[in-house]
Design a protein around this ligand. Structure first.
Ligand code: HEM
Length: 100
């Protein structure tokens, strides 16, 4: 997930976890985006044997704040664009100009 390569490694790329049966990021579809499920779903937290593995970040808690999860959700829902759009304001109040 280094900045130079993260987009190419995430968007429309199959997850290593075959049981997930979905790409890491599917533009416009958070429910089909494994990365979102890994940071959002509380039932991923240490339930042995789930096909989705552990909740991320694996070093958590703390996990991502709701605001951080919302930023990822908004980015995916709005098409998981490769570049920042200076005119676009995210639905939950974030904008593409200054980050969080
Ligand atoms: C917010 C930060 C993080 C995000 C967004 C994240 C995201 C992900 C995603 C999307 C996968 C599934 C990859 C795939 O199957 O293709 C994954 C797996 C994994 N991550 Fe993370 N990760 C984070 C932090 C961490 C940290 C801090 C560690 C280690 C301390 C870690 C260790 C692992 C391991 C061992 C796996 C494979 C096993 C599993 O799926 O549970 N991750 N992570």
């Amino acid at each position: 997930m280094d900045p130079e390569v993260s987009f190419a490694n995430l968007v429309n790329v199959a997850a290593n976890n075959g049981a997930a049966n979905m790409p890491r990021i599917t533009p416009s579809n958070p429910n089909a985006s494994f990365l979102f499920k890994k940071v959002n779903c509380t039932n991923l937290n240490s339930i042995a044997g789930t096909p989705y593995g552990r909740r991320m970040p694996r070093s958590g808690p703390p996990y991502l704040s709701v605001a951080e999860q919302a930023l990822i959700l908004d980015w995916i829902q709005q098409g998981a664009r490769a570049t920042r759009d200076p005119d676009r304001v995210f639905g939950n109040g974030y904008d593409g100009r200054g980050g969080l």
